[in-house]
Design a protein around this ligand. Structure first.
Ligand SMILES: [Zn+2]
Length: 153
């Protein structure tokens, strides 16, 4: 009887493992925590699609020349020349550097939004809207915690 119970336990465990394996392989191939120093909040935003509170980012007031990099993998994502004050409380950009992001349609909260992920590490960064004031018409609404600003020398 004990043997049978253990056998069943083992069987159900391997089933779960078997079923979750392809998903794990798939998500680990596209999403990877590279920076071990990421805070819990940063991980929540980058890997669990959370959003930082508006008007909390130190980058809102950043107006030096330079580039904004991924806080996880350090890939170059935005140039300071694309940054603008959208008044939304999140750092906003009119365009990303070529190939910096991959996009995905997000249907959460009953809205259809386009979210963007770092093309290198798969981390979630924010949503892109088509109401930007610039020539591109785009507004990349970024979580400041996902970005690291590196000023130009
Ligand atoms: Zn990245």
């Amino acid at each position: 009887m004990i043997f049978r119970r253990n056998f069943l336990k083992l069987l159900s465990f391997s089933c779960v493992l078997f079923l979750s394996l392809p998903y794990k392989l798939l998500s680990s191939a596209t999403k990877k925590i590279i920076n071990p120093k990421l805070s819990k909040t940063q991980k929540d935003i980058m890997f669990n699609e959370s959003t930082e509170r508006p008007f909390t980012s130190k980058l809102l007031k950043e107006d030096r020349k330079g580039f904004y990099h991924c806080a996880n993998c350090n890939a170059k994502l935005f140039a300071s020349s694309a940054k603008f004050d959208s008044g939304t409380g999140w750092p906003s950009f009119s365009e990303a550097l070529p190939g910096a992001f991959k996009t995905k349609i997000d249907y959460s909260f009953g809205m259809k939004r386009v979210e963007y992920h770092c093309a290198t590490c798969g981390a979630h960064h924010g949503h892109v809207f088509l109401d930007g004031p610039s020539a591109t018409g785009k507004r990349f609404c970024s979580n400041g915690l996902c970005l690291i600003f590196i000023p130009e020398n």
